[in-house]
Write a protein that binds this ligand. Sequence first.
Ligand code: SME
Length: 159
Amino acid sequence: MAHQTSIDPNLSREEKYKLALEQVKALVEGETDLIANMANIAALIKETFGFHWVGFYRLIGDELVLGPFQGPVACTRIKVPNGVCGTCVDRKAAIIVPNVEEFPGHIACSPYSKSEIVLPYLENGKVLFILDVDSAQLNDFSKLDKMYLDKIMQQSNKF
Ligand code: SME
């Protein structure tokens, strides 16, 4: 079933996250396919906030492999612990990078990405996949983004 996904652009970022979270819950309800749900979640976040790139990488062996995303083409494979994404897997914790040029080892898939947030999804203490969001603005992510993107990621346990 199709869902309405357009969210009023004039709302505050927190109001947008609240609505996006409700839409994620509706999208994943009754759908058990991981790839389908990742695809819709990436599209919803990209459409709602207009970020430069939003997507998932699945951890397969010691590599992150590109999953569903929205935005320009991106690196297909990232070895852990390379880049912000690999560091996130290594630390098993979310990472906010205010300025990607100041993150040692940052992997530049696009010259337009200026700041980035990466969050892991863990099951039984193991990282299964990560969500990566890149912004064309410097310092675009805060604890607010981490809190709501974490809540969105937690919906994955309903798949
Ligand atoms: N910047 C990431 C690589 C993934 S792309 O941004 C989509 C990193 O340093 O791991």
